[in-house]
Design a protein. Structure first.
Ligand SMILES: [Zn+2]
Length: 217
């Protein structure tokens, strides 16, 4: 049984992966986790330096994005996270970053083509682009859900903004954010040298199936 205190620690600790992997600058970026069995989630506080994050500073919100426990204001992306938790019940964790290479694709509104086996494994195809959306209402959350619903990719490049990822838990969403930046960089570098070679759809399917169902311990 995962208690809220354990989740506060998990979400706090996972923020260190964003800095360790070079995905965030200053206070941008955030991780959240759904509280299993409750209509609640835990998210980073707004505008707090990564070095100063503590389990106690994490904010517990209901699925409308209203804080129910915590002394600080939640992340400015809380409404987007709340919308995704309300509309995608299988999602247990989310991450948002402005990581450089992935966001460069988002700035061009260009999906990252599936030209690496690692992309087929993790994303099951291209990494799609979501609509342009302003912060402050449901529009970012709506764009994430509309783009990822029925898509195998756990990552979406929100146009002119950055990366949002989902996962069965917060750790899986962090992994998707790390992998998204990694493949965004590699495909970008490939583009500088020539045209990337696509992977046939049936091979993408085979790679995705093996990685999702067989690979690992
Ligand atoms: Zn952002």
């Amino acid at each position: 049984m995962t208690t809220i205190d354990e989740l506060r620690r998990t979400v706090c600790d996972l923020h260190a992966e964003l800095t360790r992997n070079g995905l965030v600058s200053w206070t941008a970026g955030n991780v959240s986790a759904r509280v299993p069995g409750a209509d609640l989630f835990v998210i980073k506080p707004s505008g707090v330096s990564y070095d100063d994050l503590t389990p106690e500073s994490m904010v517990v919100c209901d699925l409308d994005g209203t804080p129910v426990d915590g002394d600080l204001s939640p992340s400015s992306d809380t409404d987007a996270h709340a919308y995704v938790y309300r509309n995608l019940p299988e999602v247990g964790g989310q991450v948002h970053t402005h990581s450089t290479y992935a966001t460069a694709w988002a700035a061009r509104a260009e999906p990252i083509p599936c030209v690496l086996t690692a992309m087929a494994d993790e994303f099951g195809g291209e990494i799609p682009v979501g609509p342009f959306a302003l912060i402050g209402d449901d529009s970012i959350g709506r764009g994430i859900v509309e783009t990822l619903k029925g898509h195998r990719s756990p990552a979406v490049l929100m146009r002119n903004h950055g990366v949002f990822t989902i996962g069965k838990d917060a750790r899986a969403a962090v992994k998707a954010a790390v992998m998204c930046e990694d493949v965004a960089r590699t495909v970008h570098v490939t583009r500088q040298l020539g045209e990337p070679v696509p992977i046939p759809a049936e091979d993408i399917d085979r790679l995705y199936d093996r990685y999702q169902n067989v690979y690992g311990q």
